[in-house]
Design a protein around this ligand. Sequence first.
Ligand SMILES: [Zn+2]
Ligand SMILES: [Zn+2]
Ligand SMILES: [Zn+2]
Length: 404
Amino acid sequence: MIKWRFKGKTSKWAVKLASLRPFLRKRAVKIYQNVVLWVAQLRSGVCAFGLRDSPQEPFGPFGANHKTMPLILITFWARLLRTLLAFVWLASLALFFSCENPLPAAPNTTGQPQSIGSEPFIVVLGIAQDAGYPQAGCQKDCCREAWGEPLKRRLASCIAVVDPSSAKAWMIDATPDFKDQLYRLENILPGRQLSLAGIFLSHAHIGHYTGLVHLGREVMGAKGTPVYAMPRMKSFLENNGPWSQLVTLQNISLRNLAADSMVILNRRIKIRPVPVPHRDEFSETVGFKIEGPQKSLLYIPDIDKWDLWEKDILHEIAKVDYALLDGSFYQNGEIPGRDMSEIPHPFITESMEIFRALPAGEKAKIHFIHFNHTNPVLLENSAAGKSVLEMGLGICGEGEVFWL
Ligand SMILES: [Zn+2]
Ligand SMILES: [Zn+2]
Ligand SMILES: [Zn+2]
């Protein structure tokens, strides 16, 4: 009888049970069969209590009469209790597996896909030099394909610190691609919208702060978005339009940064600005070191040359778990007809020589970012890109995640 009920009358539930994972299915089928059995017994028991005068059927497999009824009832309640406990067990198991992977995989273009739990992480929102890729006015080979194929375009260099447990994020720099980057960031946790808790500015070159315009009254009309800036950068924003209007209308709330001094974002995440030499026409320039509960990351998108820095880059890499470093140009002469000493950056080929002797574990920390449109590592399967990867170094990808 049980079998018939299971396969026939309740076939809809049988189909649902059959779709469970095998190890759950076996247990669930057993529980279901017990429930059907006990319902049948209950109905029989009800008859025995006189709600029906003369039951036509025996009490299921027990073949009950007035003498065996107490035994049947005890057995019935014992089995019911066992079923309830089994349900609790099954529900706990389901909860355990759902808690382990509560959210779908994070976007990750170059690393292994990982699930977003509650641990903070850094996400890469852009990898190109200030102008983005392709670059305005360039119809040469470097940019031709990217103009025709939107999927080959890249946004200006930007990373964000994400804390899933509070659903808050902090952007490092406000680029000309701010609107796309904010949209991606806000929606990085499936099912929950992140809120932008602040923006840290590295310096006053166009790729790193001009996205602030989107916070103004013409666009978002933001209310006091915290913007962290070094002294010259802060003064530049306060004293030059249109940025000064963001300050007077309180769309942004400027916060002081000091060289090498820590800002505590919450009990698990800290960030500190690290001054670096760069063409400081309007502001000083800083990179950032971000520390999470487990790991730390150094982000230096712009620096003139490693040997002009008072710090030793190898020593700084040794102190962190990841280093996202200036890879603007692959090699000297990359921009024909232009004096590249006017726009100094460590060429990737120069950096590779500095990093060549590092052990594999140290090399694996390094990921280049901030690529000029002329940099061949932007092109798929380029010899330049291969040379970087073959040395054990990385090339940042948009959507790449670094767990903190
Ligand atoms: Zn830049
Ligand atoms: Zn180009
Ligand atoms: Zn710059």
